[in-house]
Design a protein around this ligand. Structure first.
Ligand SMILES: Cc1cc2nc3c(=O)[nH]c(=O)nc-3n(C[C@H](O)[C@H](O)[C@H](O)COP(=O)(O)OP(=O)(O)OC[C@H]3O[C@@H](n4cnc5c(N)ncnc54)[C@H](O)[C@@H]3O)c2cc1C
Length: 509
């Protein structure tokens, strides 16, 4: 009924007014929604791509391969501020050349089942299928284009090793490889180009171009075939995260790329009336070190736990098997006092990890060198060190008797090779050699799982599940691929794969 009574333009206006009332960005909604198509275009391309993250760059390569003129519009000053670039670069894919070279036998079905199970069966099957069936092709493209590949790693939640790691331990390796392709093929890319509007043509019943704001100056770019929205999620926007994800609101490190502000998603809501989905889910890890307000590094605690480290809450008690996949620990952390917990290490574990990895890798931030780590230990804010367990506990305001009891109980489990409390399987070393260290951790949010709705061709859907012609979406801007919980490597893998497919489909208009 509603569908019949309302035409698109009045519906979009209603959505926009509702969004303003709900507190959406005043910048975005300060002008009337559903702006008329301009009479004059300043520029034209076949396929206009919004965002130069992994999804946008992959899409551009595909459009170029099909002989189309692609134009990438990126609002940052270069392509190295995106979530893709600063990510850990873990890329989940099944059946890749790298897996085959390592003798790993994987399949689309296994990957599909693992991700679906991990995501609580809340993933859209059509997107998951698309991802799993095409992940190897997308990965192989970057691999074949001089990706600085390191290894394929096993990781919790994936039944088969399929998390592809690159040499720098960041996504920058991928972005550099893709930018080289973009440069070699002379694909147009404009920086400082903030796309501020999608133009919907009522007569053509589709998106026909975009408005771009470059250093305060507006211009209109015609997309003669289609527009691809690859503008990322909202993990760089504290306010949106706190508004939409109540479980973690007000706490923890927020680390998304500077352009991950969710404005691209809201632009699609405003201009074509697409609904959002899965907005309350994020990849929030239990390992943020909040050394500044909502900022700081993270502790790759999973490099310490295989050496014997344990995790305790503010009461000094273990509350979980430390080998539970990280994103499954997070909801349990949300129930702990102060929403914090601590990694407990002895000096043998601390030193062994630092022999294997530099501080910058252990703490996942280039500015966290060993000097910085030592400074933080002196500050006694997030890192603590003392000769005895009781002393280190006191420094962190943990009950010293509780922590001493927890450690002695855990040490017995190591002796007996059985964790009677949480069934932890890896019990290699006792915590016994001082000085002892505590690393205080809380949430660390790096990506969002919600976004706009698309079909299996990655065409954007409107509020009535009808295709919005001329508009595709890819990467983190799309909601619903991960379900309720992100599985390692699947966002970066999805960004590349969905960009690859969106680029292939978008050339058809
Ligand atoms: C610290 C960190 C670690 C991570 N680690 C991993 C990992 O190891 N494995 C994994 O699977 N996932 C990881 N992720 C998530 C993953 O990196 C992202 O989900 C994925 O890279 C998103 O790619 P994208 O191309 O969709 O978006 P992005 O990489 O966010 O790129 C979007 C681009 O669009 C631009 N943009 C936005 N709006 C506009 C606009 N209106 N006009 C023009 N340009 C615009 C932005 O500036 C940005 O450059 C991590 C994320 C972070 C932040």
């Amino acid at each position: 009924m509603f569908e019949k009574k309302m035409d698109r333009r009045s519906f979009i206006k209603t959505v926009a007014v509702g969004a303003v009332a709900a507190g959406a960005s005043p910048v975005l909604f300060k002008e009337a929604a559903a702006a008329p198509v301009p009479n004059k275009w300043d520029k034209e391309a076949d396929v206009v791509i919004i965002g130069a993250g992994a999804a946008g760059l992959m899409a551009a390569v595909q459009a170029n391969t099909a002989g189309k003129k692609a134009l990438i519009l990126e609002k940052a000053a270069n392509a190295f501020h995106s979530s893709s670039t600063i990510s850990g670069g873990y890329f989940a894919a099944a059946g890749t050349k790298a897996q085959k070279a390592a003798g790993i036998n994987d399949s689309v079905e296994k990957m599909y089942n693992d991700i679906q199970k991990f995501g609580g069966f809340m993933n859209y099957p059509h997107l998951l299928k698309l991802f799993c069936e095409n992940s190897a092709e997308a990965y192989n493209f970057v691999y074949d284009n001089k990706l600085a590949f390191l290894r394929v790693e096993p990781t919790g939640g994936h039944g088969t090793p399929r998390a592809h790691r690159s040499k720098s331990f960041t996504g920058r390796d991928y972005i550099e490889a893709l930018l080289k392709v973009i440069q070699d093929r002379k694909i147009a890319i404009e920086y400082n180009a903030n796309v501020t509007r999608l133009f919907y043509d009522d007569k053509k019943q589709g998106v026909v171009g975009v408005e771009v704001t470059t250093k305060g100056k507006k211009s209109n770019v015609k997309a003669s075939t289609s527009v691809i929205l690859a503008s990322g999620g909202f993990s760089g926007n504290v306010k949106k995260l706190d508004n939409w994800i109540p479980a973690y609101a007000g706490n923890g490190v927020v680390i998304g790329g500077s352009g991950s502000d969710g404005e691209g998603i809201m632009m699609a809501v405003r201009d074509v009336g697409t609904p959002t989905t899965h907005m309350q889910y994020s990849a929030t890890y239990p390992m943020g070190i909040e050394s500044g307000k909502r900022s700081g590094p993270m502790a790759r605690y999973y490099f310490w736990t295989p050496l014997g480290a344990i995790i305790v809450n503010q009461e000094g008690k273990r509350y979980i098997d430390e080998f539970t996949p990280a994103t499954k620990i997070t909801p349990e952390l949300a129930k702990q006092t102060g929403k914090v917990h601590y990694v407990v290490l002895d000096s043998a574990m601390w030193d062994a990890a630092l022999k294997q990895y530099p501080a910058e890798v252990l703490f996942c931030l280039p500015s966290w060198s060993m000097d910085r780590v030592n400074e933080e230990i002196k500050k006694e804010n997030v890192l603590f060190k003392a000769d005895s367990i009781e002393e280190v506990a006191t420094k962190a305001k943990i009950d010293p008797r509780n922590l001493a009891e927890t450690v002695s109980r855990y040490n017995q489990y190591v002796d007996n090779k059985k964790d009677l409390d949480f069934g932890r399987k890896t019990l290699p070393n006792k915590l016994q050699k001082g000085p002892f260290y505590l690393v205080k951790m809380t949430f660390w949010t790096c990506l969002t799982l919600g976004g706009i709705r698309v079909n299996d061709k990655l065409q954007v859907l409107d509020a009535f599940d009808k295709v919005v012609k001329g508009l595709y979406a890819a990467g983190e801007a799309v909601g619903g691929i991960h379900g309720d919980t992100y599985l390692f490597g699947c966002a970066f893998g999805w960004a590349h794969t969905s960009g690859w497919i969106a680029g292939k489909n978008a050339v058809k208009g």
